[in-house]
Design a protein around this ligand. Structure first.
Ligand code: S6P
Length: 549
């Protein structure tokens, strides 16, 4: 069976970053500097690969600024997981800008898995190229020209491949842009179920279109992630920067303006107090924790003042789908406050000054922190900071001096985008640190991922292989044994389609650590499960087991 990267170079987005190889044993302060050092590679580049400032990338950005004329074109963003969410928030922000100018909205976003995937991960949809193409076709209906941004950090999502392929078949109507962070030759070259092309083949067609100015590949290399494969981090940031690097000047031209809580079994809540899209960054960050760290839907959650009406999603209020779709701060007060305990941490996201805190939250004994983003040059009164255990001030006022954005009217929007980025960095650091402290990371690899789609299944096999050095077939067997909690892989299991394994992988806990431990110790699965029950911190369990051998 083919495996991710077998016989080929590992894509950069799947490699381990040498700078963070000891992040699992760092102090929180060291963790933050390590996250920062890795983030610096977004701008400084990585090895000899073409980075953000590469001539081809810059030329493509310039061309796209010309094409993305908001009064003339329709712009559609699409992606899976973080990539889809960042497309959503970009469309949302730039549509409000257009509304404010009295111009018809031109931005749309497609999120694999629909609106509910904005804050609960729906990983399996990522593998469906036919669905991707169908949704794009529907979104593009009646439009004469569509500028399509397909976002897939790993150059791997079949959902996006299907859409790019549709565009490439109809270059008279579509201009496809692929946003991702691997060199083209590292794109995934594995057969895609129910389809006749690999991602690499689609990229070859896109490169041919690029040569004729009919398509674009925006794929600067920004180096491996802080936590291996966690593309929500650097790749997510770079996605946001690339999209905004096109749209901010395009708009300017058109309008002539220029975890400790988690470790103790508690919860982390982001509470957005009137901070609009900053609260959406909280929802996005929270939604990433289940697929990235195998966290439960309750571990990290985001709440937004105004709920769905602030979110502005196309399907409207989804709160009837269940408690995890109840996302307003009113829902938080109604349903969550009663169960808050001293183990929980509530982080308030505020603009300009710290916000008021409901007495019931204060009285619950939970820990409260505040992230305040200020962009104004006239500082607001600080507010009552004493009630918070920690206040993090993100002062962005000096960015307004930057000559590129000092023109009339542009600063307001640039300030919003910078604020979102600053909040993204801060919350990514908080949730990453919390999960490291909870023991989800070994060296800088998240080993407790859920094998819930094809990419994650192969990544799981790769993790077991990296640390056990066993042949890939044996690693796959260990993964199956852990998935089915058995040491006997019957013909039935062996012959089941990958989709069946993935279905189980979506709900089962600690599959990869169990498989890895069993592989390292050559012990039965039941024994590995027992060891991990006694010592849930994965590195300690692995090291203790190795020491005892
Ligand atoms: C990654 C995140 C995932 C990815 C999704 C899309 O930290 O958990 O949800 O965003 O799998 O990946 P890609 O490579 O197509 O952008």
């Amino acid at each position: 069976m083919a495996s991710e990267g077998k016989g080929r170079e590992q894509p950069v987005t799947e490699q381990a970053n040498p700078l963070s190889s000891s992040i699992d044993i760092m102090s929180p302060l060291e963790m933050v500097s390590t996250l920062q050092a890795c983030d610096a590679e977004i701008f400084d580049g990585w090895q000899d690969f073409p980075g953000m400032f590469d001539e081809r990338i810059q030329k493509n950005l310039d061309r796209l600024v010309d094409i993305a004329n908001p009064s003339e074109s329709t712009v559609i963003f699409s992606g899976c997981g973080t990539s889809g969410r960042l497309g959503f928030i970009t469309a949302r922000t730039f549509n409000s800008w257009l509304r404010e100018q009295g111009v018809k909205e031109c931005y749309h976003s497609i999120m694999a898995g629909g609106d509910k995937a904005l804050f609960t991960s729906q990983e399996a949809v990522e593998d469906d190229p036919v669905l991707g193409a169908r949704l794009l076709q529907e979104a593009a209906e009646g439009k004469s020209h569509v500028l399509f941004f397909g976002i897939t950090c790993g150059l791997s999502a079949p959902f996006v491949a299907g859409q790019l392929d549709l565009c490439l078949q109809h270059l008279d109507r579509f201009t496809p842009v692929l946003v991702g962070f691997n060199p083209a030759h590292m794109a995934r070259n594995m057969p895609i179920a129910n389809w006749n092309k690999t991602f690499l083949q689609v990229i070859k067609d896109l490169e041919a279109a690029e040569a004729k100015g009919q398509g674009f590949l925006l794929n600067p290399v920004v180096g491996p992630e802080q936590i291996t494969g966690s593309s929500r981090m650097k790749s997510g940031t770079a996605t946001k920067l690339l999209l905004e690097s096109v749209l901010l000047p395009a708009h300017g031209k058109s309008f002539h303006q220029v975890s400790l809580s988690l470790r103790e079994g508690g919860h982390l809540y982001y509470y957005s107090a009137g901070s609009g899209s900053l609260g959406i960054m909280g929802l996005i960050d929270a939604s990433e924790c289940p697929p990235t760290y195998g966290a439960s839907l309750d571990d990290v959650r985001g709440f937004l003042e105004g709920g769905f009406s602030t979110l502005g999603n196309s399907d409207g209020d989804l709160s009837h789908l269940g408690p995890h779709f109840q996302i307003s701060t009113d829902d938080f007060t109604k349903h969550m406050v009663a169960s808050l305990s001293a183990k929980d941490l509530v982080i308030f996201l505020c603009k300009e000054q710290v916000c008021d805190v409901d007495q019931r939250i204060m009285g619950s004994g939970c820990r409260i922190a505040c992230v305040v983003v200020s962009t104004s040059q006239t500082p607001s009164p600080p507010g009552d900071q004493d009630k918070f255990h920690v206040v993090v001030q993100l002062d962005l006022s000096s960015v307004s001096q930057c000559p590129v954005i000092s023109g009339t009217g542009l600063w307001k929007w640039a300030a919003l985008l910078y604020s979102e980025l600053a909040v993204k960095w801060t919350l990514n650091a908080v949730s990453t640190g919390a999960h490291i402290l909870k023991g989800k990371v070994f060296n800088n690899t998240m080993i407790d991922l859920k094998p819930s789609n094809v990419k994650l299944f192969h990544r799981a096999v790769g993790i077991i292989q990296r640390y056990s050095n066993l042949p890939v077939e044996q690693c796959r067997d260990y993964l199956l044994r852990a998935l089915y909690s058995t040491d006997t892989l019957t013909e039935d299991i062996q012959n089941s389609p990958l989709a069946q394994h993935i279905k189980i992988g979506a709900s089962k806990l600690r599959v990869v650590p169990t498989a890895l431990l069993a592989a390292l110790l050559k012990r039965p699965i039941a024994e590995a499960e027992k060891i991990l029950q006694q010592q849930p911190i994965t590195r300690q369990a692995v090291l203790a087991s190795l020491n005892q051998q």
